[in-house]
Design a protein around this ligand. Structure first.
Ligand SMILES: *Cc1c(COP(=O)(O)O)cnc(C)c1O
Length: 361
């Protein structure tokens, strides 16, 4: 028998969350962002839930090819553009749309003669200072792109740094609007946070990622509770149960000491599955439907939980590390991180299993 840990992918939840994104931005088209192997959900498992998107956005060439092999014939956007010269062949062969964020991209494209002019997303650095042409350089880059025969339709693109927080998007919006003023082309600005919370930034195409997977862009479960549904449940089982006596310690480093007699459950899930080793004592976990806590140090293949609130849980009891019973944001918050990191960290040895092959959208 395989180890009992599995990442259940909820197709219906993906479809639901995509519909929420659409309802948030009813006048925009939606790029469903599936980079990082669909935020750890596996592209093949996420795709059936995201088929209603207008386009699918990602980073890796091989993920784009996989998506075509899965039968997706709609638009695919390469969010970081191309990485080397020969990537242009993939772009042309598979009909991809690519971000252009750098001088080199424009220079390389000037030398190509594609059979059809390539649609591009011309990226402006409106303040995040990672990728894109600075406002000073943007209009010149636009003019050169327009005059490059290899380039077809140009969409104006930027990315927000603080759409999920109190600073919001207004400073970057101002830079973007001033710089883009009068330039023809569609606009694409909004990640999940801006899709959810900044209607003035929706433009022609929104680019939600994390919200499709049911986590809050802000990292606070309450911010999207009741609106989004978790698309992954990381589940496992108890392999063993130990009874500690007062003063007994638990696991590597003996970091936990029992104050009184207590039962401990040993869960088949460790950091080699992607569960953070840094999860502190008290990190929430659900056993047998009851919320309890991690105690002791997370090891490679196992972690240990307090069974005090679940007296009936024995070997084989169901464990949910996060998912429909426990928001991933709650676990992430306890671990000092965000849902994005937890879901993308689930390792390859954890099987992804779709629990629903017929989405209701
Ligand atoms: C990842 C990414 C997104 C999606 O961001 P979320 O916060 O997951 O919604 C949108 N646009 C770009 C350029 C990205 O890299």
């Amino acid at each position: 028998m395989p180890r009992p840990i599995v990442a259940r992918i909820h197709t219906h939840a993906l479809a639901h969350n995509l519909a929420v994104a659409r309802a948030c931005a009813p006048r925009s088209r939606v790029w469903a962002v599936v980079k990082a192997n669909a935020y750890g959900h596996d592209i093949a498992h996420a795709f059936p839930g995201l088929k209603q998107a207008d386009g699918i956005a990602l980073l890796d060439m091989d993920e784009a090819v996989r998506l075509r092999e899965l039968g997706w014939t709609g638009p695919i956007l390469l969010l970081e553009g191309i990485f080397e010269m020969r990537d242009w062949e993939v772009v042309e062969a598979y009909g991809l749309t690519t971000a252009i964020h750098h001088e080199d991209h424009l220079r390389m494209l000037a030398e190509r003669r594609p059979t059809q002019p390539l649609p591009i997303y011309l990226k402006m650095n409106s303040g995040m200072n990672r990728l894109g042409f600075t406002p000073d350089a943007y209009r010149d880059a636009y003019a050169r792109a327009r005059d490059t025969s290899a380039i077809g339709p140009i969409t104006l693109m930027t990315h927000f740094a603080t759409a999920d927080g109190p600073q919001g998007v207004s400073a970057q919006m101002t830079v973007f609007d001033q710089t883009a003023n009068g330039l023809p082309g569609e606009r694409s600005l909004s990640n999940s946070a801006a899709t959810l919370w900044h209607a003035n930034a929706h433009g022609d195409w929104v680019r939600p990622g994390i919200m499709l997977y049911g986590a809050a862009p802000s990292g606070i479960a309450a911010d999207t509770a009741g609106r989004l549904k978790p698309a992954m449940s990381l589940v496992s089982r108890l392999l063993s149960v130990q009874t500690l006596r007062p003063g007994d310690t638990l696991g590597y480093g003996a970091t936990f000491t029992a104050k009184g007699a207590m039962r401990i459950g040993v869960v088949a899930c460790g950091y080699a599955d992607g569960y953070p080793r840094t999860a502190p004592e008290g990190t929430p976990v659900v056993v047998d439907g009851v919320r309890t806590r991690v105690v002791g140090r997370v090891s490679m293949d196992m972690l240990t939980v307090d069974l005090t609130p679940c007296p009936n849980a024995g070997v084989g009891a169901a464990v949910e590390l996060w998912g429909t019973q426990l928001p991933i944001d709650d676990v992430a918050q306890a671990c000092g991180t965000i849902g994005y990191e937890l879901m993308t960290a689930v390792t390859a040895r954890v099987a992804r299993v779709s629990d629903d092959t017929s989405p209701t959208v």
